[in-house]
Design a protein around this ligand. Structure first.
Ligand code: SF4
Length: 560
C-alpha cells in the first residue's frame, strides 16, 4: 500500500480516481482514494457492530460514509440547517452530529448518495472541503451572539482564516459539483496550491479565535490560537498560541498531548500573514515520515519557540512582537435564554454528545426542525457540541419554549446537572479508529456519577468530563477535570487534574479500568475532595494540587 505522502503527490491536486470510482459504483473506495476523500470532508467507515455477522455470512463490511461540513465559527443559517436535517433523513442514519469543532457530521451515507449530498450542501452555501484531511480544518470562534465590535471581529477573523486556507484545487468542484469529468487527466487550469503545494500539510491543522476570559474554543488545543488583546473594548491585535494538540498513541512515548505555547503578538492586519508563515513552516519542516509524529506540536516541542520565531520572521521579512498574556478563567457554554444586544433573544440548547436525533426520551431532531422552520433563527454550534438559536423575538420566547418542551427538549440548563459539562466523540460503531465506545458509554456513566455527587451534596458543582474511544482525543479529553480515554474494548484510562478553563493538561491517574468500574474509581476521590478542598476549589484543581500519589493513597484508604 502506498504511503499517504505518495498518494498526495500522485493525486493531481486531490483528484485521485475518486470520480472514476463513483462512476463505477460499488460500496467503497480503494486505499488511495479513501485517503483523498478526507480532504473533501468524507470518511469511509463501516458499521462495526455488524462486522462479525456479515463476515460469518460471507458479506463485505457494511461500508458507509461520514460527511463533515466545515462551518467557520459554527454559524449556520436556518435554511442551511434544514438542508443538513433533510439529508440526514433521506441519505443518512436519521441523525446529525454537532462536532467538537463546531461543524456538522452526517453518518451512514452510502457511496452512491455521496455526490447528491455534497451537491445539496454546496447549494446551501456550506461546504465539506477541508473539513478533514491534511489541511487547515474548521476554524473555531466563540459562538455567543455578538454584543460589540470585538465579538463581531472575532467571528469575522475566523471566516477570513477559513477562506484564506481553503485549498485552491478545482478537484472538489469537478468531482462533486460538475460531476461530469472523469479524472483520467489533471486539470491544466488547476495550479499548485500556493500555501499547501503538492503535498499539502504533513497532518491536520487547527485554528481558533477568541476573546479573553472565555475559553469555550479550547484555545490551548489549537495549532494556532488567536487570543484577542483588548484596549477599551477594542481589539488591538492577537496574542498567538502555537503547538497545541490532543492526539497520542497508547504505548508510544514519543506521542503526547500538548498545550499551546505563547508565540507572538500580531496586529489584526498581520494575523493571516503570520498564520500563513506558521502553516508553511509546518508544511516544510513537519515530519512526513511518521504521521503519528507529524503535527506542529512536535515541531514546536523539539525545535522550540525561538526557532519557530526565527523561521516565521524570515518568511515575513520582519521581527515579531512578543506575546501578551491573555487570561482565561472560564468556559461559558452559552446555554439558556440570553438577551442579545439588538433586543432579540438567544437560546442555548444542550445536545447530549452533539447527537441530534429522536429517541424515546426526547425528539430533539423533530423539535429543533419545528422551531427552525417556524421561527427561522440563526444557529450557532458550540465547541461543547451544543447549539444556540439566535434572533428570537421576545414575544416568541414562550412559544419556542413550549414547542421544544412538547418534544421533550430541556430549555433550562439548571436542570441538567453535571451532564451539562460532559462530552464524547462518536467512537464505535462508526469510527474506524475507535478501540471502544464513547458516545454510547458516557451517558450512563454520567448518570452513575451524578448519583454519587448528589449523595455527597456536590450536585451543583461544575465538573467537566470528556470521553473518547481512542487516544486521538477528538473530544479533547486531556483538558478539563476528568478525561476517559479508550484503551481497548470496554477499558479506559482515567485522566485527572486539568482546570475548569482548560488552560492546563490533565494527567493519567489509572489505566485500563473497566467501563463498569469507572464511577467506583472516582467515588473515593469525590469524597476526598469534599473533605480536603480549599475554599471553593474545583475538582480538577484539587486533584492537581494533591497529586496522583496522594489520590492513589486516598483511594486505597477509602472503601469504594
Ligand atoms: Fe474516533 Fe478516536 Fe476520534 Fe473518537 S477520539 S472519534 S474513537 S479517532
Amino acid at each position: 500500500m502506498k504511503d499517504v505522502e505518495t498518494i498526495k503527490i500522485e493525486s493531481r491536486n486531490l483528484r485521485g480516481t475518486i470520480a472514476t470510482s463513483i462512476a463505477a459504483g460499488g460500496s467503497r473506495f480503494d486505499e488511495s482514494d479513501l485517503q483523498l476523500i478526507k480532504f473533501h470532508g468524507i470518511y469511509q467507515q463501516e458499521d462495526r457492530d455488524a462486522r462479525t455477522e456479515r463476515k460469518k455470512a460471507g458479506l463485505e463490511p457494511a461500508y458507509q460514509f461520514m460527511l463533515r461540513s466545515r462551518i467557520p465559527g459554527g454559524v449556520v443559517g436556518a435554511e442551511q440547517y434544514l438542508v443538513q436535517d433533510d439529508i440526514a433523513g433521506r441519505f443518512g442514519n436519521g441523525s446529525l452530529r454537532i462536532t467538537t469543532r463546531q461543524g456538522i457530521q452526517l453518518h451512514g451515507i452510502l457511496k452512491g448518495d455521496l455526490r447528491a449530498t455534497v451537491r445539496e450542501i454546496n447549494a446551501s452555501l456550506l461546504s465539506t472541503i477541508s473539513a478533514c484531511g491534511d489541511v487547515n480544518r474548521n476554524v473555531m470562534a466563540c459562538p455567543a451572539p455578538p454584543e460589540n465590535a470585538a465579538e463581531i471581529e472575532v467571528q469575522a477573523l475566523a471566516h477570513r482564516l477559513a477562506e484564506h486556507f481553503t485549498p485552491t484545487t478545482r478537484a472538489y468542484h469537478d468531482i462533486w459539483i460538475d460531476g461530469e469529468k472523469i479524472d483520467t487527466v489533471g486539470d491544466p487550469a488547476d495550479p499548485v496550491d500556493p500555501i499547501y503545494g503538492r503535498t499539502y500539510l504533513p497532518r491536520k491543522f487547527k485554528m481558533g479565535v477568541t476573546l479573553p476570559g472565555d475559553n469555550c474554543i479550547d484555545i490551548y488545543t489549537q495549532d494556532i490560537g488567536f487570543a484577542a488583546v483588548l484596549r477599551d473594548g477594542e481589539i488591538l491585535g492577537y496574542s498567538l498560541l502555537v503547538g497545541g494538540g490532543m492526539g497520542s498513541t497508547h504505548g508510544k512515548a514519543a506521542t503526547y498531548p500538548r498545550a499551546a505555547s505563547p508565540f507572538a503578538f500580531v496586529s489584526a492586519e498581520e494575523a493571516i500573514e503570520v498564520a500563513e508563515a506558521i502553516v508553511t513552516t509546518q508544511r516544510d519542516f513537519g515530519d512526513r515520515t511518521n504521521r503519528k509524529h507529524a503535527r506542529l506540536k512536535y515541531l514546536v516541542e523539539e525545535q522550540g519557540i525561538p526557532w519557530l520565531r526565527c523561521e516565521v520572521e524570515r518568511r515575513i521579512g520582519r521581527s515579531l512582537a512578543l506575546p501578551v498574556e491573555v487570561p482565561f478563567d472560564d468556559v461559558r457554554d452559552h446555554l439558556g435564554w440570553h438577551e442579545q444586544a439588538d433586543g432579540a433573544y438567544a437560546l442555548g440548547l444542550y445536545v447530549e454528545n452533539g447527537r441530534v436525533k429522536d429517541t424515546d426520551v426526547a425528539r430533539i431532531r423533530t423539535g429543533l426542525r419545528a422551531v427552525v422552520e417556524r421561527f427561522k433563527p440563526q444557529i450557532r454550534l458550540t465547541g461543547q457540541q451544543n447549539l444556540l438559536l439566535l434572533g428570537i423575538a421576545s414575544a416568541d420566547r414562550p412559544a419556542v419554549t413550549t414547542l421544544l418542551r412538547e418534544h421533550g427538549i430541556e430549555t433550562d440548563p439548571g436542570a441538567l446537572g453535571v451532564r451539562r459539562y460532559a462530552m464524547a466523540c462518536p467512537a464505535a460503531p462508526t469510527c474506524g479508529l475507535a478501540l471502544t465506545d464513547a458516545e454510547r458509554a458516557l451517558p450512563d456513566l454520567v448518570t452513575e456519577i451524578e448519583r454519587d455527587l448528589e449523595a455527597l451534596g456536590l450536585a451543583e458543582e461544575r465538573i467537566s468530563m470528556r470521553m473518547t474511544g481512542c487516544p486521538n482525543g477528538c473530544a479533547r479529553p486531556y483538558m478539563g477535570d476528568i478525561g476517559f480515554v479508550g484503551r481497548s474494548k470496554d477499558l479506559y484510562d482515567i485522566f485527572l487534574g486539568g482546570d475548569w478553563a482548560n488552560t492546563r493538561l490533565n494527567w493519567i491517574y489509572k489505566t485500563g479500568i473497566g467501563r463498569t468500574k469507572l464511577a467506583d474509581e472516582l467515588r473515593p476521590l469525590f469524597l476526598g475532595w469534599t473533605h480536603g478542598r480549599i475554599a471553593s476549589e474545583s475538582f480538577g484543581d484539587y486533584c492537581h494540587r494533591v497529586g496522583r500519589d496522594a489520590l492513589l493513597e486516598l483511594a486505597a484508604e477509602v472503601p469504594a
